[in-house]
Unconditional design. Structure first.
Length: 84
């Protein structure tokens, strides 16, 4: 059974990336995982988001930032599950 608390609505969050303030809407589940990973990596959340932002901007067309974060988190989880 799925934990119903994962279905919380997206929350608008403000962050500074490369000196530029921006905002994004991200569900709490994704935000919490992003914060956890940034701590594990020893990076401020803004630095990790900046890295993800740089990766997304290399794509044509680039996805929006919130989608890029979700996809990055999913890719990381799948890689971890597969032992990559």
């Amino acid at each position: 059974m799925v934990n119903a608390s994962i279905f919380q609505p997206a929350v608008k969050r403000s962050i500074t990336i490369a000196g530029h303030p921006t905002s994004l809407r991200l569900e709490s589940l994704f935000w919490e995982q992003l914060v956890r990973i940034s701590r594990e990596m020893g990076l401020p959340i803004s630095a990790l988001v900046a890295q993800i932002d740089a990766l997304r901007l290399a794509e044509t067309p680039p996805p929006n930032l919130a989608s890029a974060i979700r996809l990055w988190l999913l890719d990381r989880a799948v890689a971890a599950k597969n032992g990559v």
